[in-house]
Design a protein around this ligand. Structure first.
Ligand code: HEC
Length: 251
Protein backbone atom coordinates (compact mmCIF):
# COMPACT_ATOMS: atom_id res chain seq x y z
CA UNK A 1 0.00 0.00 0.00
CA UNK A 2 1.38 3.41 -0.96
CA UNK A 3 1.67 5.78 1.99
CA UNK A 4 0.05 9.16 1.57
CA UNK A 5 3.18 10.75 2.91
CA UNK A 6 5.27 9.34 0.05
CA UNK A 7 2.90 10.98 -2.45
CA UNK A 8 2.92 14.32 -0.69
CA UNK A 9 6.70 14.45 -0.39
CA UNK A 10 7.30 13.50 -4.03
CA UNK A 11 6.31 16.42 -6.29
CA UNK A 12 6.73 14.43 -9.52
CA UNK A 13 4.48 11.61 -8.35
CA UNK A 14 1.95 14.09 -6.97
CA UNK A 15 1.74 15.84 -10.36
CA UNK A 16 1.26 12.53 -12.23
CA UNK A 17 -1.45 11.32 -9.85
CA UNK A 18 -3.20 14.73 -9.87
CA UNK A 19 -3.29 14.71 -13.68
CA UNK A 20 -4.67 11.18 -13.60
CA UNK A 21 -7.46 12.12 -11.22
CA UNK A 22 -8.54 15.27 -13.07
CA UNK A 23 -8.42 13.48 -16.43
CA UNK A 24 -11.18 11.17 -15.16
CA UNK A 25 -13.40 14.23 -14.77
CA UNK A 26 -12.50 15.34 -18.30
CA UNK A 27 -13.22 11.91 -19.80
CA UNK A 28 -16.59 11.68 -18.07
CA UNK A 29 -17.56 14.93 -19.82
CA UNK A 30 -16.00 14.26 -23.22
CA UNK A 31 -16.56 10.55 -23.93
CA UNK A 32 -20.40 10.67 -23.96
CA UNK A 33 -20.22 13.31 -26.72
CA UNK A 34 -18.90 10.64 -29.09
CA UNK A 35 -21.96 8.50 -28.49
CA UNK A 36 -24.60 11.20 -28.95
CA UNK A 37 -25.45 11.96 -32.56
CA UNK A 38 -26.26 15.55 -31.89
CA UNK A 39 -26.18 17.75 -28.82
CA UNK A 40 -27.88 20.75 -30.41
CA UNK A 41 -31.62 20.21 -30.75
CA UNK A 42 -33.22 20.69 -34.14
CA UNK A 43 -36.18 23.00 -33.61
CA UNK A 44 -38.44 24.14 -36.43
CA UNK A 45 -41.23 26.64 -36.89
CA UNK A 46 -44.68 25.50 -38.04
CA UNK A 47 -43.55 26.41 -41.59
CA UNK A 48 -40.54 24.09 -41.30
CA UNK A 49 -37.89 26.81 -40.97
CA UNK A 50 -35.18 26.92 -38.31
CA UNK A 51 -36.89 28.27 -35.20
CA UNK A 52 -33.73 29.74 -33.68
CA UNK A 53 -32.37 32.59 -35.78
CA UNK A 54 -29.46 34.97 -35.33
CA UNK A 55 -30.31 38.29 -33.66
CA UNK A 56 -31.47 41.18 -35.84
CA UNK A 57 -29.08 44.16 -35.97
CA UNK A 58 -31.16 46.07 -33.39
CA UNK A 59 -31.32 43.08 -31.01
CA UNK A 60 -27.59 42.52 -31.45
CA UNK A 61 -26.90 46.17 -30.62
CA UNK A 62 -29.05 45.71 -27.51
CA UNK A 63 -27.13 42.59 -26.59
CA UNK A 64 -23.89 44.58 -26.73
CA UNK A 65 -25.39 47.15 -24.35
CA UNK A 66 -26.49 44.31 -22.04
CA UNK A 67 -22.87 43.17 -21.93
CA UNK A 68 -21.47 46.71 -21.62
CA UNK A 69 -23.69 47.45 -18.63
CA UNK A 70 -22.73 44.21 -16.92
CA UNK A 71 -26.28 42.91 -16.59
CA UNK A 72 -24.79 39.40 -16.58
CA UNK A 73 -23.20 40.13 -13.20
CA UNK A 74 -26.64 39.68 -11.65
CA UNK A 75 -28.62 37.80 -14.29
CA UNK A 76 -28.10 34.34 -15.79
CA UNK A 77 -29.67 33.25 -19.05
CA UNK A 78 -29.88 29.53 -18.62
CA UNK A 79 -32.83 27.69 -17.11
CA UNK A 80 -31.54 24.40 -15.78
CA UNK A 81 -33.52 21.16 -16.22
CA UNK A 82 -34.91 21.05 -12.67
CA UNK A 83 -38.56 21.15 -11.70
CA UNK A 84 -38.29 24.26 -9.54
CA UNK A 85 -36.56 26.18 -12.33
CA UNK A 86 -39.10 25.10 -14.94
CA UNK A 87 -41.98 26.11 -12.64
CA UNK A 88 -40.49 29.54 -12.11
CA UNK A 89 -38.97 30.37 -15.49
CA UNK A 90 -40.49 28.01 -18.06
CA UNK A 91 -39.02 25.24 -20.20
CA UNK A 92 -35.33 24.60 -19.51
CA UNK A 93 -32.95 26.26 -21.95
CA UNK A 94 -32.04 24.31 -25.07
CA UNK A 95 -28.51 24.31 -26.47
CA UNK A 96 -30.05 25.45 -29.76
CA UNK A 97 -31.37 28.61 -28.13
CA UNK A 98 -27.92 30.03 -27.47
CA UNK A 99 -26.10 28.76 -30.54
CA UNK A 100 -25.88 32.25 -32.06
CA UNK A 101 -24.95 34.04 -28.85
CA UNK A 102 -21.32 35.18 -28.83
CA UNK A 103 -20.18 35.47 -26.11
CA UNK A 104 -22.85 33.29 -24.51
CA UNK A 105 -24.68 34.75 -21.51
CA UNK A 106 -25.50 31.60 -19.54
CA UNK A 107 -23.85 32.82 -16.36
CA UNK A 108 -24.30 31.39 -12.91
CA UNK A 109 -24.79 34.49 -10.77
CA UNK A 110 -28.41 35.13 -9.92
CA UNK A 111 -28.72 38.21 -7.76
CA UNK A 112 -31.73 38.91 -9.99
CA UNK A 113 -33.91 36.33 -11.76
CA UNK A 114 -32.88 34.32 -14.82
CA UNK A 115 -33.71 36.22 -18.01
CA UNK A 116 -33.60 33.37 -20.57
CA UNK A 117 -37.39 33.62 -21.12
CA UNK A 118 -38.14 37.20 -20.13
CA UNK A 119 -39.24 38.06 -23.70
CA UNK A 120 -42.96 38.87 -23.99
CA UNK A 121 -43.35 38.62 -20.20
CA UNK A 122 -43.73 42.39 -19.74
CA UNK A 123 -44.70 45.29 -21.98
CA UNK A 124 -42.07 47.57 -23.52
CA UNK A 125 -43.30 50.35 -21.22
CA UNK A 126 -42.69 48.18 -18.18
CA UNK A 127 -39.10 47.50 -19.25
CA UNK A 128 -38.41 51.18 -19.92
CA UNK A 129 -39.76 52.19 -16.52
CA UNK A 130 -38.00 49.29 -14.78
CA UNK A 131 -34.62 50.01 -16.37
CA UNK A 132 -34.93 53.74 -15.67
CA UNK A 133 -35.98 53.25 -12.05
CA UNK A 134 -36.47 49.63 -10.93
CA UNK A 135 -37.93 50.58 -7.56
CA UNK A 136 -40.77 52.53 -9.18
CA UNK A 137 -42.25 49.20 -10.35
CA UNK A 138 -40.70 46.67 -7.92
CA UNK A 139 -40.33 48.53 -4.58
CA UNK A 140 -38.06 45.91 -2.98
CA UNK A 141 -35.70 45.73 -5.98
CA UNK A 142 -31.94 46.16 -5.53
CA UNK A 143 -31.30 46.53 -9.27
CA UNK A 144 -29.38 49.72 -10.20
CA UNK A 145 -31.04 52.56 -12.18
CA UNK A 146 -29.99 52.87 -15.81
CA UNK A 147 -31.44 56.30 -16.72
CA UNK A 148 -28.80 57.05 -19.36
CA UNK A 149 -30.19 54.36 -21.65
CA UNK A 150 -33.05 56.73 -22.50
CA UNK A 151 -30.73 59.71 -22.89
CA UNK A 152 -28.01 58.16 -25.06
CA UNK A 153 -28.58 58.02 -28.80
CA UNK A 154 -27.87 54.53 -30.09
CA UNK A 155 -24.53 54.45 -31.91
CA UNK A 156 -25.06 52.03 -34.75
CA UNK A 157 -22.51 53.03 -37.39
CA UNK A 158 -20.42 49.95 -36.57
CA UNK A 159 -23.26 47.47 -36.79
CA UNK A 160 -22.32 45.99 -40.18
CA UNK A 161 -18.75 45.37 -39.00
CA UNK A 162 -20.13 43.85 -35.83
CA UNK A 163 -22.26 41.39 -37.81
CA UNK A 164 -19.30 40.60 -40.09
CA UNK A 165 -17.26 39.64 -37.03
CA UNK A 166 -20.07 37.39 -35.82
CA UNK A 167 -20.27 35.86 -39.29
CA UNK A 168 -16.61 34.85 -38.96
CA UNK A 169 -17.50 32.89 -35.83
CA UNK A 170 -20.15 30.98 -37.79
CA UNK A 171 -23.33 33.02 -37.28
CA UNK A 172 -25.16 32.88 -40.65
CA UNK A 173 -25.48 36.58 -41.50
CA UNK A 174 -25.33 37.01 -45.28
CA UNK A 175 -23.12 39.14 -47.52
CA UNK A 176 -23.40 37.49 -50.93
CA UNK A 177 -26.54 36.67 -52.89
CA UNK A 178 -25.72 32.99 -52.41
CA UNK A 179 -25.64 33.28 -48.64
CA UNK A 180 -28.84 35.29 -48.70
CA UNK A 181 -30.58 32.58 -50.77
CA UNK A 182 -29.38 29.91 -48.34
CA UNK A 183 -30.87 31.94 -45.49
CA UNK A 184 -34.20 32.23 -47.33
CA UNK A 185 -34.34 28.44 -47.54
CA UNK A 186 -33.31 28.03 -43.93
CA UNK A 187 -35.15 30.83 -42.12
CA UNK A 188 -37.76 32.10 -44.60
CA UNK A 189 -37.56 35.35 -46.60
CA UNK A 190 -38.74 37.64 -43.81
CA UNK A 191 -35.99 36.57 -41.42
CA UNK A 192 -33.37 36.29 -44.19
CA UNK A 193 -33.92 39.99 -44.96
CA UNK A 194 -32.99 40.95 -41.38
CA UNK A 195 -29.77 38.91 -41.61
CA UNK A 196 -28.46 40.71 -44.69
CA UNK A 197 -25.35 42.64 -43.63
CA UNK A 198 -25.64 44.94 -46.65
CA UNK A 199 -28.86 46.37 -45.19
CA UNK A 200 -27.86 46.18 -41.53
CA UNK A 201 -28.31 49.89 -40.73
CA UNK A 202 -31.57 50.24 -42.62
CA UNK A 203 -32.93 47.09 -40.95
CA UNK A 204 -31.90 48.35 -37.55
CA UNK A 205 -33.72 51.63 -38.02
CA UNK A 206 -36.79 49.99 -39.54
CA UNK A 207 -37.20 47.62 -36.59
CA UNK A 208 -36.74 50.45 -34.07
CA UNK A 209 -39.30 52.62 -35.89
CA UNK A 210 -41.81 49.79 -36.10
CA UNK A 211 -41.32 48.50 -32.53
CA UNK A 212 -40.97 51.90 -30.81
CA UNK A 213 -39.43 50.06 -27.88
CA UNK A 214 -38.52 53.10 -25.76
CA UNK A 215 -41.88 54.83 -26.17
CA UNK A 216 -40.37 57.82 -28.01
CA UNK A 217 -40.79 57.42 -31.79
CA UNK A 218 -38.69 60.51 -32.53
CA UNK A 219 -35.44 59.18 -31.14
CA UNK A 220 -33.36 56.04 -31.52
CA UNK A 221 -31.88 55.43 -28.07
CA UNK A 222 -29.88 52.70 -26.39
CA UNK A 223 -33.11 51.82 -24.60
CA UNK A 224 -34.73 50.90 -27.95
CA UNK A 225 -32.00 48.34 -28.62
CA UNK A 226 -31.84 46.88 -25.11
CA UNK A 227 -35.62 46.42 -24.84
CA UNK A 228 -35.74 44.87 -28.35
CA UNK A 229 -33.14 42.37 -27.13
CA UNK A 230 -34.92 41.59 -23.85
CA UNK A 231 -38.23 41.07 -25.66
CA UNK A 232 -36.85 38.35 -27.94
CA UNK A 233 -35.18 36.29 -25.20
CA UNK A 234 -36.62 32.78 -25.06
CA UNK A 235 -39.39 33.47 -27.58
CA UNK A 236 -38.02 31.76 -30.68
CA UNK A 237 -38.95 28.16 -29.91
CA UNK A 238 -42.63 27.23 -29.74
CA UNK A 239 -42.60 24.46 -27.14
CA UNK A 240 -46.23 23.53 -27.80
CA UNK A 241 -45.06 21.99 -31.05
CA UNK A 242 -42.86 19.44 -29.29
CA UNK A 243 -43.41 16.45 -27.11
CA UNK A 244 -41.06 16.55 -24.11
CA UNK A 245 -39.56 13.15 -25.01
CA UNK A 246 -38.09 14.72 -28.15
CA UNK A 247 -35.68 16.89 -26.17
CA UNK A 248 -34.66 14.07 -23.85
CA UNK A 249 -32.75 12.47 -26.75
CA UNK A 250 -30.29 15.33 -26.70
CA UNK A 251 -29.44 15.22 -23.02
C1 HEC B 1 -27.02 44.43 -8.81
C2 HEC B 1 -27.67 43.35 -9.53
C3 HEC B 1 -28.42 43.68 -10.82
C4 HEC B 1 -27.92 44.20 -11.99
C5 HEC B 1 -26.50 44.69 -12.27
C6 HEC B 1 -29.00 44.17 -12.94
N1 HEC B 1 -30.11 43.64 -12.37
FE1 HEC B 1 -31.89 43.25 -13.31
N2 HEC B 1 -32.69 42.60 -11.55
C7 HEC B 1 -32.01 42.51 -10.36
C8 HEC B 1 -32.94 42.09 -9.32
C9 HEC B 1 -32.59 41.87 -7.85
C10 HEC B 1 -34.19 41.91 -9.94
C11 HEC B 1 -35.53 41.47 -9.28
C12 HEC B 1 -36.28 42.70 -8.79
C13 HEC B 1 -36.76 43.56 -9.94
O1 HEC B 1 -37.59 43.11 -10.74
O2 HEC B 1 -36.29 44.70 -10.07
C14 HEC B 1 -33.99 42.23 -11.35
C15 HEC B 1 -34.98 42.14 -12.31
C16 HEC B 1 -34.78 42.34 -13.67
C17 HEC B 1 -35.78 42.10 -14.69
C18 HEC B 1 -37.17 41.53 -14.47
C19 HEC B 1 -37.09 40.01 -14.50
C20 HEC B 1 -38.39 39.31 -14.19
O3 HEC B 1 -38.57 38.20 -14.70
O4 HEC B 1 -39.21 39.87 -13.47
C21 HEC B 1 -35.21 42.44 -15.88
C22 HEC B 1 -35.85 42.36 -17.26
C23 HEC B 1 -33.87 42.90 -15.60
N3 HEC B 1 -33.64 42.82 -14.25
C24 HEC B 1 -32.99 43.37 -16.55
C25 HEC B 1 -31.71 43.86 -16.27
C26 HEC B 1 -30.86 44.47 -17.26
C27 HEC B 1 -31.19 44.61 -18.73
C28 HEC B 1 -29.73 44.85 -16.60
C29 HEC B 1 -28.53 45.60 -17.17
C30 HEC B 1 -28.82 46.86 -17.82
C31 HEC B 1 -29.86 44.46 -15.21
N4 HEC B 1 -31.09 43.87 -15.05
C32 HEC B 1 -28.90 44.64 -14.25
C33 HEC B 1 -30.67 42.77 -10.14
C34 HEC B 1 -29.81 43.33 -11.07
Amino acid sequence: MMKHESIETNAGLLIVLTLFVISIGGLVEIVPLFYINDTVEEVKTAEGHDAVRPYTPLEQAGRDIYIREGCYLCHSQMIRPFRDEALRYGHYSLAAESKYGHPFQWGSKRTGPDLARVGDKYSNDWHVQHLKAPRSVVPESIMPNYPWLLENDLKYSGIAENLKALKMTGVPYSLSQEEYDANVARFGAEVADTLDINNAEANLMAQAAKGNFDGNPNRLTEMDALVAYLQVLGTMVDFNQYDESYFVNFR
